[in-house]
Design a protein. Sequence first.
Length: 170
Amino acid sequence: MNEKLQVILRQLRTRFEEIYGDRLVKMVLFGSQARGDAQSVKIQLPLDVDFDDYPRRMYEIMEVLEKAENRSQLDILSELITNTPNTTIQGIVMQIQTPNTNGKLSGKVTMIGVLVDKLRKIKTELSDHNYVLAIKAYQERLPILCTGDLIKENDTLVLKNPHNFTLGNL
């Protein structure tokens, strides 16, 4: 990555940290610049979320990225999701790992759910009654609903603090 870009990114990060403080979880550089095959594309970022035209500017930025990356806006947005608290996932249980042997009925569960208009694999860990419901959903191919904090860890979506796990109609 060239030195001029590194300076700009440091300034951008500093400005975002000033605006968002500890709410800023992660900044991700993606696309042709990250791959090293960048074309010259200028994007002016609005740094003040209270700016009157902020939503419009963000829409324009997405349009520019869509053309520059030759990808859909939804595809670009899905890469940007790193932390979404209190999210309800609708889907089906695809895999259940052998229960933990810690004296408590619990285990890791892999679900497939719709997120940003696309089917995604989501991992979570359930215990007690929720784990039993997940087994039933898996065996009978029943749809599920589950709420939790969706985060991205090493390019894997993980639902932390799962609750309200129910079997239901989608």
